[in-house]
Ligand binder design. Structure first.
Ligand SMILES: Nc1nc2c(c(=O)[nH]1)N[C@H]1C(S)=C(S)[C@@H](COP(=O)(O)OP(=O)(O)OC[C@H]3O[C@@H](n4cnc5c(=O)[nH]c(N)nc54)[C@H](O)[C@@H]3O)O[C@H]1N2
Ligand SMILES: Nc1nc2c(c(=O)[nH]1)N[C@H]1C(S)=C(S)[C@@H](COP(=O)(O)OP(=O)(O)OC[C@H]3O[C@@H](n4cnc5c(=O)[nH]c(N)nc54)[C@H](O)[C@@H]3O)O[C@H]1N2
Ligand code: SF4
Ligand SMILES: [Mo]
Length: 672
């Protein structure tokens, strides 16, 4: 049957690409989810994982959660019974009310992240949670809070980045601690390849983007700050430092310069493992003209990730790489880049008292304490797969007097521990807006099908909870259409209909220079290479040319970045994807494998003080000796032992913002 209708929408996953989707709908209502050929980034193709899962698990009522469920077994046993929406909402509201009365609203915690990044489904629930006065697990602390803190000190914000359309004017693109091949597959496929700029990748792993680059520097994890200073050293020696720019627009270069002068490539080579000649070459390419610096999220998930970010981000400042074509850095591009006001969606004014929050790294301590936590609401997250100290978290989630409501599209490890599970509608089932975090456009999420089963969009679930709690603030009930029009107008459109018509709109016809007015949102209005705020917060005033100590003999530094086949833990529920990801695997350098008498396909016991996992051995010359590579976040319950790689993650905090230092984990490895 040929399609009778094409609905253009957008992938709202936490992904740099934000691909355009064309849903082909037939007369019998059946759909096929395809890439939108007119989308500037994805150009007609979805990534492999979405092409499978959006036509598989996401449409399958046998895999999706379709009805509200109430627990009938023990916590974690995953025995539930279907109940009506009215009953579930009534019971939950009743329990929240008695919890507020007996223990205060602050004893109700909620954890959420980027399960969907569409604006309303990702943000509207905050209106209810603000009104309730619930405590929040600081969302970015599982992902990128250290990078935001570091860039905040130096530039005043981590949410303003280059416009990728600038690539045509760049002499070089330096990709530092990101893996576009997995985490931004269309940038890997099109954007990087089509630019005349020289591509330099800095990553301990020779991933496919690194392998295709003009130059790949392969530092030992956690040694990047030393490497950045050595690149700065060469820029200085070759007269590539823009002293006039620094005099006008930065503070602290005078204090930094002696350090830069000290950190030669020969000094950095043994510390980082990168040959001095490659450091020289990288500096030469990066210094040849305006350059784009893409700082990946993986880079700051290191114990000293904040310092690393300040040291690397300093390079754009030294060259004066702002306010001109082909120049700038990017961590991510936030909604404000297109005029969007986050407060419109989340209504923080509904909160009566300052918000109490805790880092994801402290979640176990919070949930363990009956004094601090009486209830937990999880939505848009799968903490039982994504968080550190996984075995211990599973035990803590069994606390019988912790009332847990989980909202998801699928029955995850996290929902297995809940008292009530509420089924969330997927992105094909309601209108919303997607604000991509790499490109500067704005994209539509358009309803293509009715919600699967009785599932409801997050926002509708929280409206129902508000009603059952007898809250009367009008913000809690504002309808989607009104909010979508408001947001579209903030971005300069006439309304949501205009966005729907175009599917994706560019913010401006021409590439937007970064910090065009050379005003930086720091206290001084300049780039703060030396930051008094950092010093006041107990950090060094200047970035430091330091590197982490190497692991002791017999220990490995284990990296667990994004897998090309999963989106965090999402998609493992799809059988075809599960087949692709297979069992937990760990990749070693051939010489390390030989030293441990391990062959491809062997099982290795991977151990540290936090946990022990049996992992399938892979071998490849893509990591330095002493580094082991695994991937993040399979579904624990689909694995032997019901644990994934986060069972080995002690939850160490980064130097800044109490964020996850998961790429700093150390393990020992032995034949099982
Ligand atoms: N070892 C290791 N662990 C890591 C990382 C790492 O690098 N290494 N990375 C970390 C990072 S960067 C992040 S961001 C976190 C991510 O960790 P999480 O935020 O837990 O991400 P997911 O595992 O994808 O869980 C998102 C959940 O949201 C659900 N969902 C999707 N759409 C909707 C919706 O519309 N409504 C509702 N209610 N639910 C929806 C999905 O089904 C899924 O179960 O993991 C971290 N964990
Ligand atoms: N397919 C897929 N795409 C995803 C995700 C996914 O799970 N799967 N997750 C999404 C999310 S939530 C996020 S935050 C982003 C993350 O995507 P990225 O920003 O690409 O970050 P990661 O995948 O964590 O790690 C990227 C690279 O950082 C490197 N790295 C680790 N430590 C160091 C170090 O010390 N120095 C240097 N130079 N490099 C280091 C790793 O080797 C890895 O190649 O991807 C998003 N996109
Ligand atoms: S996950 Fe990323 S690459 Fe895959 S379809 Fe969605 S936006 Fe595109
Ligand atoms: Mo993330």
């Amino acid at each position: 049957m040929p399609p009778t209708q094409i609905i253009r929408t957008t992938c709202p996953r936490d992904c740099y690409d934000a691909c355009g989707i064309a849903v082909a709908k037939r007369a019998d209502g059946k759909i096929k989810v395809l890439g939108d050929p007119d989308h500037p980034v994805s150009r007609g193709a979805l990534c492999g994982k979405c092409a499978i899962a959006y036509n598989g698990a996401w449409l399958d009522p046998k895999i999706r959660l379709t009805r509200p469920l109430q627990r009938v077994g023990a916590k974690g046993e995953a025995r539930f019974e279907p109940v009506t929406w009215d009953y579930a909402i009534g019971e939950i509201a009743g329990r929240l009310k008695t919890t507020v009365t007996a223990h205060g609203a602050e004893s109700i915690w909620h954890s959420h992240y980027t399960g969907t990044c569409s604006l309303i489904a990702g943000g509207f629930p905050q209106r209810f949670l603000n009104r309730l006065g619930a405590s929040e697990v600081e969302p970015d602390s599982i992902c990128n809070a250290a990078g935001h803190a570091a860039l905040g000190y130096m530039y005043g914000t981590g949410s303003e980045g280059f416009d990728p359309r600038m690539a045509k004017d760049a002499a070089a693109i330096l990709i530092w601690g990101a893996n576009p091949h997995a985490s931004a597959p269309h940038q890997h496929k099109h954007w990087i390849r089509e630019t005349p700029a020289k591509i330099i990748v800095v990553d301990p792993v020779k991933h496919p983007t690194a392998a295709a680059a003009h130059l790949h520097l392969q530092p030992f994890p956690g040694s990047d700050a030393a490497l950045a200073f050595a690149i700065a050293h060469v820029l200085r020696r070759e007269g590539k430092i823009d002293r006039a720019f620094l005099a006008d627009h930065a503070v602290g270069f005078d204090a930094l310069e002696p350090e830069i002068a000290r950190c030669s490539p020969e000094w950095a080579a043994p510390i980082t493992g990168v040959p001095a000649s490659q450091i020289e070459e990288a500096a030469r390419l990066f210094g040849a003209g305006p350059a784009l610096l893409w700082m990946g999220q993986g880079l700051q998930r290191q114990p000293k990730g904040g310092n690393v970010f300040r040291a690397v981000a300093m390079l754009s400042a030294l060259k004066g790489d702002f306010a001109k074509p082909g120049a700038g850095f990017l961590f991510l591009n936030g909604g404000a880049r297109r005029g969007l006001d986050g407060d419109t969606i989340e209504a923080p004014q509904l909160r009566a008292k300052p918000k109490r929050s805790a880092s994801h790294m402290d979640l176990i301590e919070v949930l363990k304490s009956p004094r601090d936590a009486r209830a937990l609401i999880t939505w848009n997250v799968n903490i039982a797969a994504s968080n550190p100290r996984q075995a211990e978290l599973q035990r803590v989630l069994k606390r019988d007097d912790l009332f847990h409501v989980a909202i998801d599209c699928f029955a995850t490890d996290t929902t297995d521990f809940a008292d009530f599970i509420l089924p969330a509608a997927g992105f094909l089932e309601f209108d919303d807006i997607v604000s991509p975090y790499f490109h500067l456009g704005l994209s539509v999420q358009a309803k293509a099908i009715e919600p699967i089963g009785e599932s409801l969009p997050n926002q509708e679930i929280f409206r129902r909870l508000a009603r059952a709690m007898s809250f009367n603030e009008p913000e809690l009930y504002e309808d989607d259409a009104t909010i979508l029009d408001t947001l579209a107008r903030q971005a300069g459109l006439t309304g949501f209909a205009a966005l729907k018509e175009k599917a994706t709109v560019e913010l401006s016809p021409d590439p937007v220079p970064l910090f065009a007015d050379l005003k930086f949102p720091t206290p001084s209005g300049k780039i703060e290479l030396r930051s008094d705020r950092a010093a006041a917060d107990g950090h060094p005033a200047l970035p430091q040319p330091s590197a982490d100590a190497r692991p002791e003999a017999g220990r490995f530094r284990m990296l667990s970045p994004a897998s090309p086949w999963l989106m965090n833990s999402s998609y493992h529920e799809d059988a075809k994807i599960a087949e692709k990801v297979g069992p937990e695997a760990i990749l070693l350098h051939p010489a390390d494998a030989e030293g441990l008498s391990l062959k491809v396909g062997d099982t290795a016991a991977v151990t540290n003080a936090t946990g022990r996992l049996m992992m399938r051995v892979d071998i490849g010359e893509i990591v330095p000796r002493g580094v082991a590579l695994a991937h993040k976040s399979r579904w624990p319950k689909l694995l032997a032992g019901h644990l994934n790689v986060n069972a080995l993650n002690p939850g160490e905090k980064t130097d800044m913002a109490e964020s996850s230092a998961v790429h700093g984990v150390e393990v020992t490895i032995a034949r099982a």
